[in-house]
Ligand binder design. Structure first.
Ligand code: KG4
Ligand code: ZN
Length: 333
């Protein structure tokens, strides 16, 4: 039985997972409302809120799973990448909880956690597979040979896909974090009403770029003016989303063709996007490859995916982990 904690950004998360991958509880205490007034995550506010919510979140995860700490055999925690202050709260809590019972600890890379969400499905993604991880901080296409590591084949050169969603949403007057709101608004609009640029269109290139698209929306909103922008909000949202998804899909297609891998998985908050999920389904059907699409609550940040990843990683015995630290960025970044 694994107790996992995830605090890399602005969600305080704790979960209990059995070693065979059954989710016993998965608690997400969202701070979104707190950060909305600032239009984005304020790192210091996030750290303090994690502190405030941590004990209650862990208690609730244990209670919902019908467990006490005595029933836990391993503690897992996100070590990075993410906001350093936020991560430190999680790692300190995990070390303290593990040390209090002299339990082993496993530290997990957040990206590997998003990948491991695909190990928690009724039909887990079988390795090797390709995984698109698109979130607020990352946009990566990765080759996953086994669940303990991944190889980055392509990454964003500027903004992450989720960042593009959030910035676009803000320009259209939607609250933070805007991705999910823009997704809903887009269902009422025409994805072909506006022709937004799809970045990095050169064939064979697996890297992503979203800063040009965001600038294009800034200019379009300026050109239309406040009234017309309001009137065309749904069309703007749908067309902007279409350009984001087109690039993600093009890179997935190119990666499948280049590597010959036969399974495509997705993860990260943007993988909760309804248009993207539909397009991934169509792409995999067309190319005749298998698809692994976790339910939306396992795409956005959660601790069940961290526990899922921990099953494939080394555990460190008490007390060796007491000096472990968090890291804000992967070495390759
Ligand atoms: O993985 P995640 O929860 O946190 C990070 O690791 O960053 O991803 C959060 C991102 C935010 O940018 C949010 O707007 C976006 O995922 N997101 C969505 C949707 N739900 C969350 N973007 C598009 N459509 C959605 N339905
Ligand atoms: Zn994430």
């Amino acid at each position: 039985m694994i107790l996992a904690i995830e605090t890399s950004c602005d969600d305080t998360c704790a979960a209990v997972l059995s070693s065979d991958g059954v989710i016993r509880s998965n608690i997400i205490a969202s701070q979104a409302k707190l950060h909305d007034r600032y239009g984005g995550v304020v790192p210091e506010v996030a750290s303090r809120q994690h502190l405030h919510l941590m004990n209650a979140t862990v208690d609730t995860a244990l209670r919902d799973a019908g467990k006490t700490l005595d029933g836990i055999e391993l503690v897992a925690v996100t070590q990075g990448p993410g906001l350093i202050g936020a991560l430190l709260v999680g790692i300190s809590a995990a070390k303290s909880i593990a040390a209090s019972k002299e339990l082993p600890l496993t530290t997990v890379d957040h990206i590997l956690g998003h990948i491991a969400a695909s190990s928690l499905l009724d039909e887990p993604a079988e390795t090797p597979f390709l995984c698109l991880i698109a979130s607020g901080g990352h946009t990566i296409i990765a080759a996953v040979e086994d669940y303990s590591s991944y190889r980055t084949l392509g990454r964003t050169l500027d903004d992450a896909a989720g960042e593009a969603f959030d910035k676009g949403a803000r320009l259209l007057g939607l609250p933070y974090p805007g991705g999910a709101e823009l997704d809903i608004l887009a269902t009422k609009g025409d994805p072909e009403a506006f022709d937004f640029p799809v970045g990095m269109a050169r064939p064979g290139v697996l890297d992503f770029s979203y800063s040009g698209l965001k600038t294009a929306l800034v200019y379009k909103v300026r050109e239309l003016g406040p009234e017309k922008t309001r009137e065309k909000r749904a069309d703007l949202a749908a067309s902007y989303q279409e350009a984001i998804c087109k690039q993600l899909i093009a890179k997935c297609k190119a990666a499948i063709e280049l590597t010959g891998y036969e399974t495509l998985a997705i993860g990260g908050g943007v993988a909760a996007n309804s248009a993207l999920r539909y397009k991934i389904q169509r792409l995999t059907e067309k190319l005749g490859v298998r698809m692994a699409v976790p339910p939306q609550q396992l795409c956005t940040d959660n601790a069940a995916m961290i526990a899922g990843a921990a099953r494939f990683l080394d555990r460190v015995d008490y007390p060796q982990y007491l000096e472990f630290d968090a890291f804000a960025q992967n070495e390759a970044d």
